[in-house]
Design a protein around this ligand. Sequence first.
Ligand SMILES: Nc1ncnc2c1ncn2[C@@H]1O[C@H](COP(=O)(O)OP(=O)(O)OP(=O)(O)O)[C@@H](O)[C@H]1O
Ligand SMILES: Nc1ncnc2c1ncn2[C@@H]1O[C@H](COP(=O)(O)OP(=O)(O)OP(=O)(O)O)[C@@H](O)[C@H]1O
Ligand SMILES: [Mg+2]
Ligand SMILES: [Mg+2]
Lengths: 230, 230
Amino acid sequence: AIETHQMTKVYGSGNTEVIAMHDATMNVERGEVVALLGPSGAGKSTFLTAIGLINPPTSGQIFIGGQLILDGPQSHTNLRTFRKQHIGFVFQKANLIPFLTAIENVQVALEINGNSPRAARKEALALMDYLGVADRANGLPNTLSGGQQQRVAVARALANKPSVILADEPTAALDGHRGRQVMELFAQVAHERGAGVVVVTHDHRALDVFDTIYEMEDGAMGPKKRQSDL
Amino acid sequence: AIETHQMTKVYGSGNTEVIAMHDATMNVERGEVVALLGPSGAGKSTFLTAIGLINPPTSGQIFIGGQLILDGPQSHTNLRTFRKQHIGFVFQKANLIPFLTAIENVQVALEINGNSPRAARKEALALMDYLGVADRANGLPNTLSGGQQQRVAVARALANKPSVILADEPTAALDGHRGRQVMELFAQVAHERGAGVVVVTHDHRALDVFDTIYEMEDGAMGPKKRQSDL
Ligand SMILES: Nc1ncnc2c1ncn2[C@@H]1O[C@H](COP(=O)(O)OP(=O)(O)OP(=O)(O)O)[C@@H](O)[C@H]1O
Ligand SMILES: Nc1ncnc2c1ncn2[C@@H]1O[C@H](COP(=O)(O)OP(=O)(O)OP(=O)(O)O)[C@@H](O)[C@H]1O
Ligand SMILES: [Mg+2]
Ligand SMILES: [Mg+2]
């Protein structure tokens, strides 16, 4: 589903140069749920936003669904359209639209992809109910707890049933029980719908849910480790 | 150091009423480091922002240093001045000033309390070095990773050596190693300087560092549990 080849990202230049990631290579099959671990500052968000087509690499290739999408900063398709149709992204900060209610935040993601308001609301409510945030549906984001906002962001990312799901520390603000529920949902979506899923996490407790684990350190991507080998 | 008595917080009214916490009572001694746990939405941030004097309760009393500070929404001192002098707060979202560099964010907290720019910069750098973020000192917050921003927020909260330290999930964006280092730093500040420290956390791994554990659920505060009894 997702393939990267020798991705490098350099910020700044000269004195302020930061090599956030170098030569990062990863292969995610359809139906595979991958955990990406590593210390703070290792380059995980940089990697994820690159394959999410939000933050193109300085060099290296990104293939999605077998199609070359980015070659360094050079795009081979309309990135905005491609993201809208194929990628669901959970940001490290929930990033909800502050002037829309929780349910509207999920609903608009569905409407943007052609669903009627009625169908969109029904689907949004079902997802939020599963994640335990339906009772805060009509609240503005700044009246929701940190973990409630995070769960609404998860609902929004999953709403359009995208074939690629990328989540940046989606359970950081959640307790153990809710956190595991979210990780299991990602695994279920991968295994039942064939989505390719990459989850950045610091949480070692729910790792048994993943098919594959990669670790980054100082911008370098380690080798693929299969759950079956651990 | 901190004493609360039957604190209640109600948001909204009628259909939109949310009882975020009710009758919450907690007693934190000088030199005591307390962990506050509980599921997402339990009322932890509501409790912490209340005793941080940022979000006064609907009813109930808050005593700091033996002095009555808030009785429901009624303040008995200038809250802004009191906070500046006595309380260090790490927010659930780092909340750094976006147009100041990382080190400036810590430095201004010191300067506001009367330190010279030179002394402030020296102290800021020492704290950031300890937390492993000195190499990003001159970066604007949006160029720092999630965990780097969080560590800068911790440095800012500790910079003035306050007698009350309140931290809302300060290690959520940190890996195990860095997270433990931050928790140990809070315990050290409590035990060596006599600060009263309350840390909201979902991270069960570093709990051995705390003297006392409280748990909230659905707005209710559970009983005090001493580490020695666990
Ligand atoms: N301004 C507000 N208006 C209405 N409801 C609110 C407001 N702020 C918080 N709440 C609600 O109060 C409850 C407690 O929120 P709080 O932020 O204290 O939870 P929390 O324990 O910190 O959760 P988390 O672990 O997810 O951060 C939640 O149901 C939340 O939606
Ligand atoms: N826009 C930017 N300009 C300069 N440096 C940057 C920028 N964005 C990120 N960095 C740096 O690149 C490195 C990797 O950042 P990244 O956000 O990918 O780390 P991370 O692994 O996600 O960390 P965390 O676990 O703390 O979220 C960090 O040292 C960070 O300071
Ligand atoms: Mg990150
Ligand atoms: Mg909270």
